[in-house]
Design a protein around this ligand. Sequence first.
Ligand SMILES: Nc1ncnc2c1ncn2[C@@H]1O[C@H](COP(=O)(O)OP(=O)(O)OP(=O)(O)O)[C@@H](O)[C@H]1O
Ligand SMILES: [Mg+2]
Length: 623
Amino acid sequence: MSEVMGRGRERAERRRESKQLRSEAQERPSEGQGPILELVKGGPPKHAPGPDGWPRGFYVNKAGLYFQEEPKQEGEPAPAPVWLGTPIEILGWARNGASEGWSLLLRFKDLDRVDHDFILGRDKLAGDPSIWIGEMMGLGWKASRNPKQRSLLADCFLNAVPEGRIRTVSRTGWTDDGQAFVLPSETLGEGPEQYLLTPRPAKNIFSRGGSFADWTKTIGRWAIGNHLLFFGLSASLAGPLLKLLGGESGGQHFFGDTGTGKTTLQEAACSAWGRPDVFGLTWKATDNGLEGQAASHSDCLLALDEIGQAPERTIKEAAYLLGNERGKARARQDGSGRQPAQWRTITLSTGEVAFAEYLKQAGVHIRGGQAVRMIDLSADAGAGLGAFQCLHGFNGPAALAEAIKKATKENHGWAGPEFVRQLLAMPDREKTLRAIFEKMRAALTPDKAAPEVARAVQRFALIATAGALASRWGFFEGLAQDDGESLLAVQHCLKAWLAARGGAGSHDEAQVRARVLGFLLRERAMFQDWHDDRVPPNQAGFRRTIGEEVTYYIFRETFKDEICKGLNHGQAARGLAAQGILKPGEGRNLAQNVRLPGLGVRRAYVLSLPEDDEAGMEATPPL
Ligand SMILES: Nc1ncnc2c1ncn2[C@@H]1O[C@H](COP(=O)(O)OP(=O)(O)OP(=O)(O)O)[C@@H](O)[C@H]1O
Ligand SMILES: [Mg+2]
């Protein structure tokens, strides 16, 4: 009975307490505090926030962060303040675009008076304070070791109501509204809020050295007349255009013999954003964490050197991931979904042989769409000078390469952010960009381009647009400010790519054609001559010569199960029909109903090859 009465008293006391809390909360200004006010309402009254955002009783002075309890009775002296830690500043509450992941952004100095920003996750405040206090102490902050005072610290940070609000973003580059561009140590442009990249990168890869003027006088100037170098620099600056022009992420792979200048091209491209040996990556380094690397280079350049050092697994993963713009969805330990990493990047890769070759070695069958995700470009510019065509007074291509490498170490980190600043200041940005892009696309699109070629041309046009803008904005010292050089450089690369792939037709169609011709060449003995009764073992069909033309009648099973193994045979047949090689049947039938000697009427795929194609079959390598 007394226990019940006791519980009743407890309840009455709790009601009194919550009434007092409600009236205190009403006294506080509510404007602009949003949900935080709700959190404060639930907190103990002694921690209601003061005017500066610190909870009541907490304050900071030169000596540190203190808590002073209020006197128990009015008129009594207040108890002595308790020291909790060295001085600290609360910059604001941070949260992501979905209003999740609330954290307090704190700033303090270490023993050398170096500033540190620390993101204290609100979720951590629910647990053992020694965990996050330990992390802060590791950065040079000093805190009381007294457990009571540590618990006060948790109360202090939980109930703080600073005015500052910060939006956290998980990748570099444009904010969703396109008004600001977030880099680890600065935000370019002005969005409606302050932005912060989280998790904080261990090192700032966007470091600066030397000056922009010296960059334009060296690397910028030497790119004139050197199409591959100009292309690489333009590709490096094209990252920020992906969002603005709605382009697809993807990459270019420079391949060639050792000492051609591939890494030099890549280092020059990296120097637009940071010091090449810090900003640029090797393929090997991406073995664990390509997704994270892509997110920390988002809207900029992702440079991956020396593909030969990467395990097959990484290459396969990259082929799938880089153009995908998002990582794999992973479950948290509690089974709920975690947001996959996202990015938009232009990738520059290097290696001794083509990317497609590495994929083939890794057992990946490339389809047309994939072949344009990473575009293979020979690093030999064709002038007998490796990657170069114009030496700018240097006494050889090696000397120019050495000079470029040296210049990137001295001057870096300017061009990329400057390009973004210019974009931000551009009047009528969208319309102007679109107009330049369309002009470039029209100039670059070849006749009868297959869909995947048109897709690749989009990226070439994006790069040409970046180069044209950079020319106008004086990035290449000594260059007339028109679009000519940029277009010339990109045209050079596009032409080389088209020539290497065998024209602007479809990659898939070319592959099927090669496969079929290869089969007919190798397995000629499996075809019965139209006028000969002898039936070969494992017969694949018939072969008939009329005048200059050779016609093959291929059994449906052979076409489907042997020739088109691993492919969609219907699509393959349609492709061959589009090329005029396959003579389709009536209606929608791709196979014809034909009377075959000794077999009667059967459906077969009928392929007619002009004589020169028959002869050309000798040159078609078997797949
Ligand atoms: N076009 C060139 N012609 C002759 N020598 C060059 C050329 N480019 C670079 N070199 C020389 O080769 C050195 C390495 O250059 P770079 O790192 O760009 O080569 P790479 O093509 O990446 O070679 P690797 O395949 O070995 O990585 C340079 O320091 C320079 O001495
Ligand atoms: Mg190299």
